[in-house]
Write a protein that binds this ligand. Structure first.
Ligand SMILES: [Zn+2]
Ligand SMILES: [Zn+2]
Length: 136
């Protein structure tokens, strides 16, 4: 069982499934939403995710039609994003986990949108856009 929380602690969740491949997403929306070089996300199964506390303070922002980004409305911590077209999946923000994990990031996505100030140094695959796009 994995446990996670927002910064202020109002939102706490549990996840009892497996993490999918961890991607570092450099798209301009993720960069703004995280205030950083990239978001670190893993696809997880909705059916194995539950809020322990704070579901009522989770706000979903529709950043593009059909795509929602969920965050704590008290402290602003991003928790997950989801697509209306993929109702079984959340993209969990790995930085919100409390439980240590032994999985490492697999690749970068939207590398073509990376901030000009960011330098790739980890040698991981860099996809131009999503995982099925060409490498850059
Ligand atoms: Zn919070
Ligand atoms: Zn992104």
């Amino acid at each position: 069982m994995l446990q996670g929380s927002c910064l202020c602690g109002l939102v706490q969740y549990e996840y009892s499934g497996e993490l999918g491949p961890i991607a570092m997403c450099h798209c301009s929306q993720c960069r703004r939403a995280q205030g950083s070089a990239y978001a670190t996300n893993s696809p997880i199964r909705v059916s194995h995710f539950r809020f322990v506390t704070g579901q009522e303070v989770v706000k979903e922002f529709e950043s593009t039609p059909g795509k929602k980004r969920a965050f704590c409305r008290e402290c602003g911590s991003p928790i997950y994003s989801r697509l209306d077209s993929k109702p079984d999946t959340l993209r969990l923000r790995i930085g919100s986990l409390i439980t240590p994990i032994d999985v490492k990031p697999s690749y970068h996505i939207y590398a073509n949108s990376a901030g000009e100030w960011y330098e790739f140094t980890d040698g991981l695959p860099r996809y131009a856009e999503l995982e099925d796009s060409p490498l850059v």
